[in-house]
Ligand binder design. Sequence first.
Ligand code: DCP
Ligand code: MG
Length: 368
Amino acid sequence: EKYFLLPVLFSAPSYACKRRTTLKNHNTLLTEALSILAESAELNEDEGRGVAFRRAAAVLKCLPKAVSSMEQLRGLPCLGDHSMRVIKDILENGASSEAESTKQSERFKALKVLTGIFGVGAKTADRWFREGIHSLSQLQESGHTLNQAQQAGLQFYDDINLPVSKTEADAISEIVEKAVHAVLPGAEITLTGGFRRGKLTGHDVDFLITHPEEGKEEGLMPKVVSWLESQGFLLYQKTTRNSYLESKDGPGRPASNMDRFERCLSIFKLTKDRCVGQKQGTKQSATAVRVDLVVSPVSQFAFALLGWTGSKLFERELRRWAGHEKAMSLSSHALYDNKQSRYLRASSEEEIFAHLGLEYIPPTERNA
Ligand code: DCP
Ligand code: MG
């Protein structure tokens, strides 16, 4: 008698918002290569190609085991010809030649360095690159006038490009709570973004602030910012006011995924006690940390929380599901049912998933 080992066949729903994606990734070699190609596409402002690689990487992230052969992938969604070639290359040769050459290309390296400056996006980086600016020193010598954000981005470049740890995020949380409670007792602060999904590091720290009494949150941000400034916690900040009511988004067309909350993009100064050894005692050192503060009225809080928890792909897929499968428009402010021509209220993330006809996925499983 002969026994044949059948390969484990994988399957997964094609919408990332229907999958449970924890931080345990059994296919990092594959997903890292696909992420490089996604990043490169995004830096080249090829959004479609970027999303295709992100979707492919996300499908592999949710698999319960490492992929060992191409046959196992039959039947998996979101894996296009290009992604399949990349995966095949890695399974056969241990690495993707395309991802490797991308990583080493002058353009990719330069665009990474330049977009590493807070306030510099793909467009600006590409323009500078074509002018022959490939490094920070070349940028400084170029005599380009930088805006305030970019100047701060350059000044704190090294700190900002270091990952933020959970410990640092917790320290920032304490400061933000102190600031918010000093100016509005009863206000509530929630850590969102990657840290809410259980990540141990992030590129920034994201907070959502609200007050249980609707309207009490109005005018909060400038007060919080003043308090933080007076205590010397801010190295940079730019506040944009709430523009939801005057926006043209309206029913059926909150197409833009940019939300319109009162938002503060900032750079915090975080001082930490660093043990330098028993003899020398403790020394104080400081680091710069990117922090995003968002204020939401409590009536929109559940939508804001869902929208700011991510991951970016999970959010995109939620909106795609809502629009394509349910004829609904989901934003970080509201959910509109196009068939019933009305807004659907929700006071928790669970209710929003239910409105969308989706099984509830907790934050730690939204790491698509
Ligand atoms: N987001 C949004 N609109 C924006 C910016 C962000 O809806 N204009 C959402 C999507 C993100 C989440 O907020 O998932 C947080 O944004 P980040 O860029 O900070 O992403 P993460 O926190 O997931 O990643 P990181 O850990 O690198 O900070
Ligand atoms: Mg974040």
